[in-house]
Design a protein around this ligand. Structure first.
Ligand SMILES: Nc1ncnc2c1ncn2[C@@H]1O[C@H](COP(=O)(O)OP(=O)(O)OP(=O)(O)O)[C@@H](O)[C@H]1O
Length: 296
């Protein structure tokens, strides 16, 4: 398995406050990786470090085998769409493609034109007069036409309506099917991750809580419901991620590779939303639990 992003003890501090801490990641190439977490968790910070727009305060990060944005070749390997899907308001759609062609050695003009055509964008229209959804699509088209090895998307659909969001994700998934591409996509919408991603990283309060293959994570996490019990009495092979109790009943979310044989538990599978919320719960004090949007 080759690695597209490798972080070792990575941290970023703004003045006295850590936005990202002790980050250890080994993200596999050729996957669509969902980076999920509540507002302020550190997602943009991690993605900006990966894009080379920020320098680490501690540790190191490697992208596509080298330091981010270290030279022209490294810059060409990575396509980045920042959170506000930036475009040049006074330039037309066609001007954007000309700019892309001049700035990027591996630019694929056929891909860019075909996508603009398919999206029904008028090449003469200024980017400043496009709708939010069209601007996001233009930014994605620019990033894809670079033919990057890694595409980094920072909450690309956050400001889009559900239809524009779906169209954006559709275009992305088509591109992933057509090009050999690794994608890291941040979102606080579980539904986007569910639809698009096959690998998950959950980031809460500046720390990575869990990272892994999505199917494997879902298969190894279970909800246990039974008579009230101290979670500390569970076998060592069962890691308790979250626990809640009533007077008589205990509900746990546990991670284990092994079958749960204790007949006193009723055992259920979980979905992605349960998984993400459990890891948020695990890291957050009850009084200030972070918010995660679950939109369908
Ligand atoms: N330039 C900056 N100066 C000071 N603090 C910053 C700066 N950028 C981010 N932060 C802080 O770092 C923390 C992480 O921010 P970051 O933008 O990485 O989170 P996020 O998970 O992307 O949030 P969101 O989902 O709201 O975009 C937050 O507490 C934020 O206030």
């Amino acid at each position: 398995m080759s690695t597209v992003i490798r972080a070792r003890g990575l941290g970023k501090k703004y003045r006295q406050r850590w936005a990202l801490q002790d980050c250890e990641l080994e993200l596999p190439a050729g996957r669509v990786i969902g980076l999920v977490g509540p507002n302020g968790a550190g997602k943009s910070t991690l993605l900006n470090l990966a894009a080379g727009l920020l320098a680490p305060s501690s540790g190191s990060i490697e992208v596509c085998g080298g330091p981010p944005a270290a030279d022209v070749a490294q810059l060409a390997r990575v396509g980045f769409v920042a959170q506000d899907t930036p475009t040049y308001g006074r330039l037309s759609v066609a001007d954007h493609l000309t700019l892309g062609r001049r700035l990027n050695p591996g630019w694929d003009d056929a891909v860019a034109r075909e996508r603009i055509d398919r999206l029904g964008l008028d090449p003469k229209q200024r980017a400043g007069t496009l709708s939010g959804g069209q601007r996001a699509q233009l930014a994605l088209t620019m990033a894809l036409a670079k033919r990057p090895e890694l595409l980094i998307l920072d909450e690309p659909v956050a400001s889009l309506d559900p239809l524009a969001r779906r169209e954006f994700m559709q275009l992305l998934m088509e591109a992933v099917a057509e090009q050999e591409l690794s994608v890291v996509l941040s979102s606080h919408l579980v539904s986007d991750v569910e639809r698009a991603c096959d690998y998950l990283v959950v980031l809460v309060d500046s720390r990575v809580q869990v990272a892994g293959d999505l199917d494997e994570l879902i298969a190894t996490h279970h909800r246990l419901v039974g008579a009230r019990r101290d979670p500390a009495t569970l076998p060592g092979s069962q890691q308790v991620i979250s626990a809640s109790h009533t007077d008589r009943q205990t509900t746990l979310l546990v991670r284990t590779q092994e079958p749960i044989l204790d007949p006193s538990w009723s055992v259920d599978g979980i979905n992605l939303e349960d998984l993400v919320l459990a890891y948020m719960d695990k890291s957050a004090p009850v009084v200030r639990r972070p918010r995660l949007e679950v939109q369908r």
